[in-house]
Write a protein that binds this ligand. Structure first.
Ligand code: BES
Ligand code: MN
Ligand code: MN
Length: 462
């Protein structure tokens, strides 16, 4: 891989410029106003795959946004890596909290990124990380050092639930057949503490509506007698957790796999400073489930969080009104072996059952997804660990993440293969938040590490 690594060194500037161009296209999948730009982004990725040397590059149309496919099959008897990534990004709002416009990338130094970081929506999640794979592939192709077959599948709907990707995978299972899925859409513990993600949480996402009187009322004339939907929604939500921050929905924990004391102890050996964590977030204390450490609360335990809530008057000044309805969006992060559909159902039943007679409650399910865990005693994990050891000079730590990539569980179901979650971001890179960024160190480290994964994987599979 020395040729490949030299090529990467010689082309660093251009690799960065291309990523900046990619980041300038606002591919927000959640908002139809960006539809043309999302499509343009797919075309950009496809054209870069072609120049990198991929064959059969094509945009596969779906009921939503297209999926970019491309491959290089050098020898059918060699193993095949399926690279997955997503070119769509989260909405950038609230815009006023960005220090620079979200789709005009700038490079600035930070404490954790002394070499500079690219500030833009999607810099880390996932344009920057997905693009590393295109550049690593280009380098291997240029030097004739691609050691196995590769297929690319870059989608545009990850941030809205990947529904159409599931359909696509099932319909094109043969075209996508592979020995392993490789993706970079997660984090390392720190730039000097490499890690490999071996677990993702699942997700169950619902929207609730509480309706009281048939119209907004004068809060003096009617207040005191008529049930206030906003008050009632708050009470209902508050009752979903007890004093220990344990979720009170009956049956919620039934399928949660208990992690052994041994494994928990190992998990807690990962470097973590509660003081630093609180200092970074400017909080005086954390507020998690009793009996678990922060590392456990954010990986092996399920959660329930309000993501947004509205109702009544929220404009300037004071308006005395008793609102007719209130709404909230609620997410539950799930762990093995919780089932997203089952949890959504349990939530729905329970939430409806605790509603007082004075209001009507509806629960509307949004997207969901299964949790995933990957073993560490596999060829693919070993290859990933060897690749990181090579470029970081340190053995990586296996770590479960709190985030969700629902499609990973589906890959296993449809293709019968495991995924390698070789992510290079930092949890503090502000993905989904204002001022998202991705370190230049991380971008280049990813591009350098990926070819070693190919090499070690091909060797170990022999
Ligand atoms: N890349 C993230 C997931 C992630 C981030 C995993 C950091 C591990 C560490 C992904 O793009 C994402 O945001 N997923 C969503 C779920 C999806 C169904 C909208 C999430 O986790 O909220
Ligand atoms: Mn992502
Ligand atoms: Mn995301």
């Amino acid at each position: 891989m020395t040729g490949t690594q030299d090529y990467i060194k010689d082309n660093k500037e251009r690799f960065l410029d291309e990523l900046l161009d990619l980041l300038k296209i606002p591919s927000v999948s959640a908002d139809p106003a960006y539809a043309d730009d999302v499509r343009k982004t797919a075309e950009f990725v496809a054209s870069k795959l072609t120049t990198a040397g991929a064959d059969n590059v094509k945009l596969y149309e779906t009921a939503g946004y297209p999926i970019v496919y491309g491959d290089k099959i050098i020898d059918k008897s060699l193993p095949t890596i399926l690279v997955y990534g997503h070119y769509d990004v989260q909405p950038p709002d609230p815009l006023e909290l960005w220090d620079s416009p979200p789709f005009e990338p700038v490079i600035k130094k930070t404490k954790l990124h002394p070499d500079g970081a690219i500030f833009a929506r999607g810099a880390c999640d996932d344009k920057g990380q997905a693009y590393m794979h295109v550049k690593a592939f280009e380098a291997m192709m240029d030097k004739g050092e691609l050691p196995c077959n590769v297929k690319f599948m870059i989608e545009g709907e990850e941030e809205v639930g990947s529904d159409n990707l599931g359909v696509f995978c099932k319909e094109h299972a043969e075209m996508l057949s592979c020995d392993v899925v490789l993706l970079s859409d997660t984090s390392v513990i720190a730039n000097d503490v490499p890690s490999i993600t071996v677990g993702l949480r699942g997700l169950s996402y619902v929207e609730v509506e509480v309706v009281g009187p048939n119209k907004d009322l004068h809060s003096g004339v009617y207040g005191g007698a008529v049930g206030n939907p906003v008050n009632i929604l708050c009470e209902m939500i508050a009752s979903l957790k007890d004093d220990n921050n344990h979720i009170t929905i009956p049956g919620f924990y039934d399928d949660v796999v208990t992690v052994s004391q041994d494994d928990r102890a190992k998990m807690n050996e990962a470097p973590f400073s509660l003081e630093q964590y609180q200092e970074d977030l400017k909080i005086d204390s954390v507020h998690g489930e009793k009996g678990y450490t922060v590392l456990e609360q954010t990986s092996i335990r399920p959660t329930l969080d309000v993501n947004g809530m509205w109702g009544g008057y929220t404009g300037e000044g004071a308006k005395t009104v008793l609102p007719s309805k209130a709404n909230a969006k609620i997410s539950m992060r799930l762990v093995p072996n919780q089932d997203s559909d089952k949890i959504t159902e349990l939530f729905q039943k329970h939430f409806e059952s605790i509603a007082p007679k004075s209001v009507k409650v509806t629960v509307t399910p949004h997207h969901g997804g299964s949790p995933a865990v990957t073993p560490t005693d596999t060829v693919e994990y070993k290859a990933a660990a060897m690749a990181m050891k090579q470029t970081y000079g340190k053995e990586p730590i296996p770590q479960r993440s709190g985030g969700s990539i629902p499609i990973v569980a589906l890959f296993e179901e449809v293709f019968g293969v495991k995924s390698v979650l070789l992510g290079f971001g930092l949890d503090s890179d502000d993905i989904h938040s204002p001022n998202e960024h991705y370190g230049l160190f991380n971008y280049y480290k990813g591009i350098e590490t990926i070819p070693y994964f190919y090499q070690y994987y091909a060797e170990l599979k022999k």
